[in-house]
Design a binder for this molecule. Structure first.
Ligand SMILES: Nc1ncnc2c1ncn2[C@@H]1O[C@H](COP(=O)(O)OP(=O)(O)OP(=O)(O)O)[C@@H](O)[C@H]1O
Ligand SMILES: [Mg+2]
Length: 292
């Protein structure tokens, strides 16, 4: 149904040429499938998911962003009017549509999007009755995910069955958090959930790292919490810190990721630096694995 700009852009390279059915041949490498999650609301999950998707696309990665939140904020930030959007991730989770039918090229981000809207709220109840209810997203992505280098999932602010679907599909979790007094409390619940899902449902799952966002260095408490987080979680805290930056907040109303809306803003530069740090960290880990 939809054409994939992210893939078309890469079509000159290997692994992204169209096959005879109008689809895309499978790429060669392994996909990285990561969730952006934190059950706390308004902590910068969507801003991180959208900007990381656009930053990775800018670094020539083939990226799919899945909006798994009925609020549909990642959908809006990718340039779509979520009202009346059809089909969406809801139809994919319930088995009524496939990924190629649901994905769309984002308007200016260079990645593909699976959109969401309020209809997805109903999925919580409907999924309970379905077989493999925790694996609906994993199963829907599996036949197609090798067409991408990266699949990112923007989770809702809860530890609901939707988030569990995200965690059961993923290999890793990126946790954005604000440097506030109560930040650690929420994160320990999430870490427990990740450990439980890794033990019972998805052994590949692991915490990739905590990303400190909306940071304001003028606020002493934020500095203290930022340092405490680094002490407590050690290497699990990314070195890059995303500053509070109004351009990042303005970008969604223009239907664009911040890294495309104003690439020279401090917020955009920080998300580009974060994408770079993430890639380096994963490459370093892969090298270390290879040496063992
Ligand atoms: N670094 C930043 N600087 C300034 N504003 C930001 C920054 N990051 C996010 N925001 C703004 O903060 C608000 C919440 O961010 P966002 O929607 O990314 O959080 P969320 O965790 O996805 O929220 P929800 O839990 O509701 O899904 C939004 O208005 C967003 O534009
Ligand atoms: Mg969100």
């Amino acid at each position: 149904m939809s054409e994939c700009i992210g893939l078309k852009r890469r079509a000159k390279g290997e692994g992204a040429q169209r096959d005879g059915d109008g689809g895309y041949r499978k790429g060669g490498g392994d996909v990285r499938l990561f969730c952006v999650a934190n059950q706390k609301g308004g902590v910068g999950k969507t801003t991180t998911a959208v900007n990381l998707a656009a930053a990775l696309a800018q670094l020539e990665k083939r990226v799919l962003l899945v909006d798994l939140d009925p609020q549909g904020n990642a959908t809006t930030a990718s340039g779509f009017d979520k009202r009346g959007l059809y089909p969406t991730v809801y139809h994919m989770l319930l088995g009524g549509a496939t990924l190629p039918e649901v994905r769309r090229p984002s308007r200016g981000g260079g990645y593909d999007l699976v959109g969401a809207n309020r209809e997805l709220a109903g999925a919580e109840v409907e999924l309970v009755e379905l077989p493999r209810r925790e694996f609906r997203l994993a199963d829907a992505l599996a036949p197609w995910q090798r067409e991408y280098d990266w699949v990112l999932v923007d989770c809702p602010p809860s530890l609901s069955l939707l988030t569990v679907n995200g965690l059961c599909a993923a290999q890793g979790v990126i946790v954005p958090m604000q440097c506030e007094y109560y930040a650690l409390e929420g994160v320990s619940d999430l870490v427990t959930t990740i450990e439980r899902i890794a033990a019972q449902l998805n052994p590949r799952l692991r915490l990739i790292g905590l990303l400190r966002v909306m940071f304001d260095p003028r606020v002493t408490l934020q500095q203290q919490v930022a340092e405490e987080l680094a002490r407590f979680f050690g290497e699990r805290v990314f070195t890059t810190v995303i500053p509070r930056n109004v351009r990042l907040a303005e970008a969604p109303s223009h239907g664009l990721p911040g890294v495309r809306y104003d690439p020279r803003s401090r917020g955009a530069e920080a998300y580009m630096a974060f994408a770079d740090e993430l890639l380096r960290r994963l490459e370093g880990e892969a090298r270390a694995e290879g040496c063992r």
